[in-house]
Write a protein that binds this ligand. Structure first.
Ligand code: ZN
Length: 147
């Protein structure tokens, strides 16, 4: 599941983040920066290999790591033992479907989280909160009627 991005824009986006846009990096960027399904590294690898059959696992993994460092992607460990990549950098929460393993985005204002600022501002607090999100796990309701 990926939207078709404009390659020229990706060249610019990579350069703006200090990443040299090689052909392999562009192919990887096209597969992951437009993804809406929080793909794992192996999923990205399989998608990239559809276009570049000879691309190595190490290249894809290293590039994903580079994209995270460059601030193009977020790395999430929200499903048990599985790291996934999220190109959506705006704050949002996640819902993990326990049946399918699918990870869905929830709008930031769909939930209300209180106390984070106090926790961080408390002078004696051991916590310096930089980032937080809520991960909900559950099952989607069965549809009452067939679509
Ligand atoms: Zn997300």
């Amino acid at each position: 599941m990926a939207r078709e991005p404009a390659s020229l824009d990706l060249v610019r986006v990579l350069r703006e983040h200090g990443v040299q846009p090689s052909a392999q990096r562009l192919a990887i960027a096209e597969c992951v920066l437009a993804a809406v399904d929080h793909p794992a590294a192996d999923t990205v690898l399989a998608r990239v290999q559809e276009r570049l059959p000879l691309v190595s696992r190490a290249t894809v993994y290293n590039t994903l790591h580079r994209f995270v460092e460059a601030g193009l992607l977020r790395e999430l460990s929200i499903a048990e033992g599985r790291t996934v990549y999220d190109p959506k950098l705006d704050p949002h929460h996640h819902f993990v479907d326990l049946d399918s393993g699918a990870i869905h985005d929830l709008p930031w204002d769909a939930l209300e989280v209180r106390g984070v600022e106090q926790l961080s501002a408390e002078r004696l607090s051991a916590y310096d909160v930089r980032d937080y999100q809520v991960v909900l796990r559950g099952r989607r309701h069965a549809r009452r009627r067939a679509p």
